[in-house]
Design a protein around this ligand. Structure first.
Ligand SMILES: [Zn+2]
Length: 414
């Protein structure tokens, strides 16, 4: 059995998760470690120290991405990458991102303690600013590395205080000497909490992530006429909010028509002028659809447009609907996904295939490096929340699958 005698140390992994969670700990038990803040930098220092303790060399690129390298026996082999992120939401949890990075360190520790050499090098990556909480864009470090984001444009993004990403990288001392760009890598594995309720509901220990879903984001503006609530009879009303409400329900209906895989959300709605006795003449709202199928989200967006236009016509309203963002579904590498599936089976862990509902660094990495993700359940599917919670055994199960998959790819020399 490939890695049968190697064991993830559950207590050590948990202690490391708790030690990292103490950096930026919030009173409600969560974490506030916003990208490039003093807390994020302290987390990065701890990461660097831990990687150094197991003999890894550290390389930091111009986007602040950190790569801890454990050499392989064959210097010509491409490295196997393990990664995720140490930054958090303003009121984030202990495990979102940190689990994937610290499980990577646990893999390094297991190999170090057992004196195992692999043929290919292994690199554990901490990607810069996955959360997007500061500069208004998520998955920045991995996107820059993979060449999916434009460096100049991204570095000019500003936070709430007007500081650009580029200036924040320099001020924090997070920018490294290495150029940020995709170097040849054998594969990339990311362990993450599911951030949704499916594994827990299905009673499965491991999610074998087959890819990430497609998304379409729209912005709608409905224009009617502001008028007096007491004097305007039904025939004379052009109520933008009543029309928008019908459109919101259309989003929900279109979502449900896609079954359990359907996702359709109106997350923001602004009503003007916003007075109790004025019929609202101006409503703006956002719409997003997500689905594993590119064709499905495209059809849903088109369906919504047709319905919204019909509603606007019936209600005597003007509708402006623009597409703000579209990202194609990103399937993961079948061979790497297969290694995750095999590892779970070999370890006797119940598993199911799942499509990631959230964005992850792996989504940016996947177009340039063969990629797979491993999910573990989290309580009540709760994430981006200080109450985010997993059990030590769940973290260890995810790390054990990670270890097996990485060893299968890196080639173990005993
Ligand atoms: Zn995350």
């Amino acid at each position: 059995m490939a890695a049968g005698n190697l064991r993830v140390n559950e207590a050590r992994l948990w202690d490391s998760l708790m030690e990292m969670a103490a950096i930026g700990a919030t009173p409600k038990g969560g974490v506030r470690r916003i990208a490039l803040s003093p807390e994020d930098m302290a987390g990065r220092d701890l990461f660097a120290r831990w990687c150094g303790e197991v003999g890894c060399s550290l390389r930091v690129d111009a986007a602040g991405n950190m790569f801890a390298r454990r050499p392989g026996q064959d210097p010509s082999r491409r490295p196997v990458l393990i990664g995720s992120h140490l930054d958090s939401q303003p009121t984030g949890g202990k495990f979102d991102g940190a689990l994937g990075v610290l499980a990577g360190i646990e893999v390094l520790r297991v190999l170090h303690d057992a004196g195992i050499e692999t043929e290919a090098p292994i690199e554990v990556v901490n990607w810069t600013d996955e959360e997007g909480a500061r500069f208004g864009r998520a998955m920045i470090g991995s996107g820059l590395w993979a060449g999916r984001l434009d460096a100049a444009e991204t570095e000019s993004l500003r936070d709430g205080e007007g500081v650009t990403l580029g200036a924040a990288l320099d001020a924090a001392g997070a920018r490294g000497a290495a150029q940020s760009g995709p170097f040849p890598a054998d594969s990339y594995f990311e362990l993450h909490i599911e951030q949704g309720p499916i594994l827990e509901r299905e009673g499965k220990r491991i999610g074998v992530v087959t890819g990430a879903q497609a998304q379409v984001w729209l912005r709608a503006r409905v224009t009617g006429r502001d008028s007096h609530a007491g004097t305007t009879p039904p025939s004379a009303r052009r109520d933008a909010l009543a029309g928008a409400a019908r459109m919101v329900l259309a989003v929900q209906r279109i979502m449900r028509e896609a079954g359990e895989a359907g996702r359709g959300t109106v997350g923001s709605l602004v009503v003007a002028p916003g007075s109790p006795n004025v019929i609202p003449g101006d409503v703006r709202f956002t719409v997003e659809f997500r689905n594993p199928s590119d064709a499905m989200v495209a059809a849903q967006a088109a369906h919504f447009r047709a319905e919204a236009e019909a509603i606007a016509a019936e209600e005597g309203l003007a509708l402006a609907l623009e597409e703000r963002f579209r990202i194609a579904a990103q399937p993961f590498d079948p061979a790497c996904v297969g290694l995750v599936r095999d590892a779970a089976a070999r370890l006797g862990l119940s598993a199911m295939e799942i499509v990631s509902g959230a964005g992850h660094d792996a989504v940016h990495v996947a177009p340039v490096v063969p990629t797979a993700m491993i999910f573990v359940p989290c309580r009540d599917g709760l994430s981006h929340n200080e109450a985010e919670s997993i059990e030590p055994g769940e973290a260890a199960d995810g790390a054990a699958v990670l270890l097996e998959a990485v060893l299968a790819r890196a080639g173990r020399r005993s």
